[in-house]
Write a protein that binds this ligand. Structure first.
Ligand code: GAP
Length: 452
């Protein structure tokens, strides 16, 4: 069982050392709020996407997928309200000249909730501590702008999408016609989104280029609250199913004043990060806001024909929206554990086998033939089933520790006895127990231990 809490510094350093996450453009000093995923990180990220896609899309008869272009027609963002409302409130401290997002200042949200005329009243600057030195808050649209085509004028302005969701509304009719689904049904997408965040930091928690896994779940008006509750609970269950400690997860309902421009109700699944509770997965009741807005702006009908009532309805939408990078951070933080051992401290990432970047490591006890030949044959066989790693360098103890630090659930060790008894040892990451298994039965034994 995991017992440890971990600091962000420890995680950032482990992430770099073991190849999970690197600073973007590091040799040029890094690039704020942009991050690159290394060899082990890409595997973890792929596993997160695949687990989500399998559970939310493929296992469910009523959910289908979509992969849309990142740069959509600018009219999309006008109709969706993003051009007008996708703003953060910017304030500067006159004393130290630092710039902040107003709603992230300590005490600001409480002042708004209490209805104070000046929500910045009494709010201290987190940098220099000055009070009452704030500039007038001004809206800052966080969509990245670019130009499409060779002429850079106002007519060619386009935006990098700040959420993947809009494509599901804009393509609603095409997907419905092609997939012939009945309400309730969902359209899901995984893809990059871009936000010119004002305040960044906390590693990959708040990025300017991020990845989202979003589901737009279309339901009959009147059934939206039932489905809102359903998806709210689902978020919690999903992370629990991946082994995340329940006491570090909670659902938090947004207060009315903090709702996005499109939302009737929003709940966040939050995780207790080392820097405090933070949003992991947002569930919003978007009502019929988006379909109606795009229908009005495009002049196209975006409705569902209800065979039962023989009438056209505009479905309501419940949207569970999860960041891949945030899920990655939570799984990494939550998996981290340390325990005393002979050499000092054993660092182990107790990933659920579904998301573990490497499922099995194959380790010959010595670098000599015939051990290495047998070990490589086993590696090749297992590579047909799982992401495996072969490692013959260093002492066996060091090699186990390396695998523990990237969270590999099982190690298969080929030793001097293997040539005689045709068997290998399977070492378990969490219990460190070792089982002797015949090579002929290895795949079955691994399947039993991993669960797939
Ligand atoms: N379509 C709704 C939407 O985008 P959101 O709450 O703004 O809602 C959904 O974003 C999820 O995307 C968040 O819960 C979080 O996991 C992730 N996310 C949002 N902004 C992010 C950022 N700057 N960096 C990393 N992840 C982010």
């Amino acid at each position: 069982m995991q017992t440890q809490t971990v600091s962000m510094d420890t995680i950032v350093s482990l992430a770099k050392r073991r190849g999970f996450v690197f600073q973007s453009s590091e040799i040029y000093g890094g690039w704020s709020a942009f991050w690159d995923y290394g060899p082990v990180g890409v595997e973890l990220k792929r596993n997160i996407r695949e687990a989500w896609w399998h559970d939310v899309v493929q296992r469910r008869e009523e959910v289908v997928g979509l992969e849309a272009a990142i740069i959509m027609h600018p009219a999309v963002w006008r109709a969706s309200g993003h051009l007008e409302s996708f703003n953060d409130l910017l304030v500067d401290c006159r004393s130290c000249k630092q710039r902040f997002r107003a709603d992230q200042l300590p005490g600001y949200e409480e002042n708004v909730a209490e209805g104070r005329p000046d929500p910045l009243e009494g709010v201290p600057c987190p940098n220099c501590g000055a009070r009452g030195q704030w500039t007038e808050p001004r809206p800052f649209n966080t969509m990245f702008r670019t130009h499409v085509g060779p002429v850079e004028d106002e007519a060619s302005v386009a935006y990098l999408r700040p959420e993947t969701a809009q494509a599901m509304f804009v393509q609603f009719q095409n997907v419905l016609t092609a997939s012939r689904r009945k309400l309730p049904f969902g359209i899901a997408q995984i893809g990059r989104a871009f936000r010119n965040e004002i305040t960044t930091g906390n590693f990959i928690f708040r990025m300017r280029e991020l990845e989202q896994m979003e589901l737009e779940y279309f339901v009959r008006p009147g059934e939206d609250e039932h489905w809102f509750d359903y998806w709210r609970s689902y978020t919690l269950e999903w992370f629990r199913s991946l082994g995340v400690r329940p006491e570090r997860l909670r659902l938090r309902d947004h207060e009315k004043h903090a709702l996005s421009h499109y939302s009737k109700a929003t709940t966040d699944l939050e995780y207790e990060f080392p820097f405090g509770w933070g949003e992991l997965w947002g569930v919003a009741n978007r009502t019929d806001f988006d379909l109606k807005a795009h229908a009005a702006a495009s002049g196209r009908e975006l409705t569902y024909f209800d065979e039962e009532t023989k009438s056209h309805v505009v479905p309501y939408v419940v949207e569970p929206a999860l960041g891949v990078d945030r899920a990655f951070l939570v799984l990494l933080l939550d998996a981290y554990d340390e325990e005393p051992d002979k050499e000092g401290t054993r660092v182990v990432l107790r990933f659920h086998p579904r998301v573990a970047p490497v499922k099995v490591a194959v380790l010959p006890l010595s670098r000599k033939e015939p051990l290495t030949r047998t070990a490589r044959e086993i590696r090749d066989r297992l590579a047909e089933l799982y992401n495996v790693e072969y490692d013959e360098t260093g002492s066996i103890g060091k090699r186990y520790r390396r695998q523990d630090e990237i969270g590999t659930p099982l190690c298969v060790t080929v030793d001097f006895q293997t040539q005689e008894d045709g068997a290998v040892t399977i070492r378990d990451r969490d219990t460190m127990a070792q089982d002797r298994v015949s090579i002929a039965e290895l795949e079955g034994a691994l399947r039993d231990k991993l669960g797939f």
